[in-house]
Design a protein. Structure first.
Length: 334
């Protein structure tokens, strides 16, 4: 059920979480499906509802950097804690750090692995839930496994329906793409596992060392990515409708099928008879493209099309994350 974030509903959501139930809530990136990270029964519900393979670890959300520090105090790895401290300038915000697993967190959360992903979200609703419960909250994106991440409460309802007792409605999320995930497991070589709104360049500058990226160094080797991060499977973030890059097809030789267009700028291919067009930005402003991308894909996927064609952008800054998601959306089924 979709609920407005009134004081009463926030209190109800907090009590659902504290008694081991799940709640969907907005963050500044995408909507999350949250549960108490210290309660194995609660975490199991997340995997069941999403249909997520249980070797795919979850991100644990904490209310502040000082809570992160408190959790990391048992690690005794000063070099790594230093790096997290430097990166804390991006918190609260769309950055997730991968550190060695902590004893306080169930191995269900970490997908059976030895590492743990941590994030301090910025959205006031997410923050209120973390403060009210006092719990670390495990939350993947609130979509079915491998489908489009939700950027509105209605997207969550469409995919997860009444399997979630409560969906807190915070309107459309601001950023629109999932957080940047950076692994600090090798403190000498921090590595981006998933690009997002915090770019490789700003991470490198902040850390004072060159940050690597598995999406540029390892993605072509399909045996590498799933090992580093099981969630980085090739086909992901995908509409049900076949989706291709506009630049990869010869528009004029396609058979007479219903084709939809996702455009990054106005006036693109208006001479072609598209069955549906969604223009996510007037002039390829990447912040707008990211903000509207999943909503547009979601709408096109619900427009009874045979094919969705998507625009592309330069792969710099936020463009890296946008093109990463679109490449996954257009990847063929294995
Ligand atoms: O913006 C976000 O990060 C959203 C909001 C709700 O916070 N969450 C999100 O979670 O996108 P999820 O589960 O949909 O994606 C998390 C990604 C997955 O690809 C997962 O495999 C990876 O992070 N991940 C989680 N823990 C990891 C770990 N310990 N080591 C490597 N990758 C990890
Ligand atoms: Mg996800």
């Amino acid at each position: 059920m979709i609920c407005k974030p009134t004081r009463e509903n926030l209190a109800r959501a907090a009590s659902l979480l504290m008694k081991g139930d799940v709640v969907a809530f907005p963050t500044e990136t995408v909507y999350g499906l949250g549960a108490d990270a210290t309660n194995e029964g609660a975490v199991k519900k997340i995997f069941e509802i999403k249909g997520r393979p249980n070797n795919n670890p979850l991100i644990v959300h904490l209310p502040s950097f000082s809570e992160v520090q408190r959790h990391l105090s048992s690690l005794g790895n000063n070099k790594m804690v230093d790096l997290v401290e430097k990166l804390s300038v991006f918190w609260p915000g769309p950055l997730t750090v991968v550190v060695p697993k902590l004893n306080t967190i169930s191995s269900l959360v970490t997908g059976g692995g030895d590492s743990l992903a941590l994030r301090v979200p910025k959205h006031p609703i997410a923050h209120t839930l973390l403060e009210m419960t006092g719990l670390p909250i495990a939350a993947p994106s609130a979509n079915l496994s491998q489908k489009i991440s939700p950027t509105t409460a209605e997207h969550v309802l469409d995919q997860l329906g009444d399997r979630v007792p409560m969906i807190l409605d915070g309107g459309q999320t601001t950023i629109g793409l999932e957080s940047t995930v950076i692994s600090l497991l090798d403190p000498l070589c921090p590595t981006i596992l998933r690009p997002g709104a915090i770019s490789l360049e700003s991470l490198s500058i902040t850390l004072g060392i060159t940050v690597a990226s598995i999406t540029t160094t390892g993605r072509e080797d399909s045996s590498l990515a799933p090992l580093a991060s099981p969630g980085l499977m090739e086909r992901h973030y995908a509409p049900v409708t076949t989706t291709k890059f506009l630049s990869s097809v010869d528009l004029w030789s396609l058979p007479p099928i219903r084709i939809g267009l996702l455009a990054f700028r106005e006036g693109l291919h208006l001479d072609f008879d598209f069955a549906a067009i969604r223009t996510v930005s007037a002039n390829c402003n990447l912040i707008e493209v990211a903000h509207n991308l999943y909503s547009a894909l979601f709408e096109l996927d619900h427009s009874e099309l045979d094919l969705i064609l998507v625009d592309s952008c330069d792969e710099s800054g936020l463009g890296v994350a946008i093109m990463d998601r679109l490449r996954r959306a257009t990847a063929k089924d294995w």
